[in-house]
Design a protein around this ligand. Structure first.
Ligand SMILES: [Zn+2]
Length: 336
């Protein structure tokens, strides 16, 4: 699209550069490939094949809450079979595992492990998102309801119909009780959520996004941060070579496929390699890879103060700098 180079060769810090230079057009091409890859997954519409079953040691997560012996490379992993939904719910609460386990027809599957890179990725997203609201009156801000459980039917008791996200934001100005509640207390659905998939496959997180979060009358924008497997290789600057990709789904502006499933508006590479395992330095400094979230999506469902002309309390898009998220992820990876 644009041929402008990100890095000019006149700077004096040549030695500290990575081996190849990513131009803006290269970065656009990497994003384009990531978008095509994601759309193919949505169109294929297949579930992850699950072949591994937990051994006695791994079943300890179910029995006493200990997951330390589980190898992330074995996921998705069948934890237990022939379990009733009530029992699944009870165990989930006890082990604080709703984000990490999935229930499918009597089978409990581990899809994600509680890891530090997973936690810091959406933690940094949440910090940056909230900063955009600091100067607003309290009633115009958003509430971070974190990993609160949302119910497909707005009430308890329906099989496989409740999910948690990693981060979720609800504008304080939304009507409550809501016309389409997210829980038995009548609370509204969050408008913006962020999900991190580390050991969870892209297929699995995309399916949750398109089938659950973006079903009618639910979430507006879903931000997915996919942390691809790291093979423990770093570059000469000791920066890990790892692919990281951000996808933004938007109910207002996302294209939809023939089945009606939402596709991402953007895929943005923000790691140090791309989908072809080629070095990628399009995200090697602040401001290069950013994600914009519109007030139209954040405040969806809130009354404008002076309709129809007055804008929402926030004049500009919330801009998330993906470089900070990359740096947070890399910082905890190096220590582990
Ligand atoms: Zn949107």
């Amino acid at each position: 699209m644009f041929a402008t180079e990100y890095e000019t060769t006149s700077s004096s810090s040549l030695s500290s550069r990575r081996s190849s230079t990513t131009t803006l057009s290269d970065a656009c091409l990497s994003d384009e490939l990531a978008l095509i890859e994601c759309i193919e997954i949505i169109e294929a519409n297949v579930e992850d094949p699950i072949i591994n079953k937990a051994n006695e040691k791994e079943k300890k997560w179910w029995i006493d809450g200990n997951y330390k012996t589980i190898d992330g490379k074995k996921l998705p992993l069948i934890l237990m079979e022939d379990v009733s939904y009530d029992e699944f719910e009870k165990k989930c609460e006890r082990a604080n595992a709703s984000k990490f386990w999935e229930y499918r027809d009597g089978t409990v599957i581990i899809i994600e492990l509680p890891m530090r890179d997973h936690e810091v990725a959406h933690g940094e997203f949440a910090d940056q998102f909230k900063e955009a609201f600091y100067n607003l009156p309290r009633q115009d801000r958003v509430r971070n309801i974190g990993t609160t459980t949302c119910y497909a039917s707005g009430r308890k008791g329906r099989k496989g119909s409740k999910k948690q996200s990693d981060v979720s934001f609800v504008p304080k100005g939304l009507p409550n009780p809501a016309q389409y509640p997210s829980d038995p207390e009548g609370n509204p659905w969050p408008t913006i959520i962020c999900e991190t998939a580390n050991t969870q496959s892209l297929q699995s997180i995309i399916q949750k996004t398109t089938q659950f979060w973006l079903a009618p009358h639910r979430v507006e924008d879903v931000i997915v941060l996919k942390l691809w497997p790291w093979n423990s290789i770093s570059d000469q600057n000791k920066s890990p070579l790892r692919r990281l990709t951000c996808y933004r789904f938007c109910r207002r502006t996302s294209p939809r496929d023939a089945r009606g499933n939402f596709q991402p508006v953007h895929a943005i590479e923000f790691g140090t390699i791309d989908s072809k395992n080629q070095p990628f330095n399009g995200c090697s400094a602040l401001g290069r890879r950013t994600l914009s979230i519109s007030p139209d999506c954040i405040y969806k469902g809130c009354d404008r103060q002076n309709p129809p002309l007055s804008p929402f309390p926030l004049a500009n898009d919330v801009v998330i700098d993906l470089f900070y998220i990359q740096q947070e992820i890399f910082a905890v990876m190096k220590k582990s």
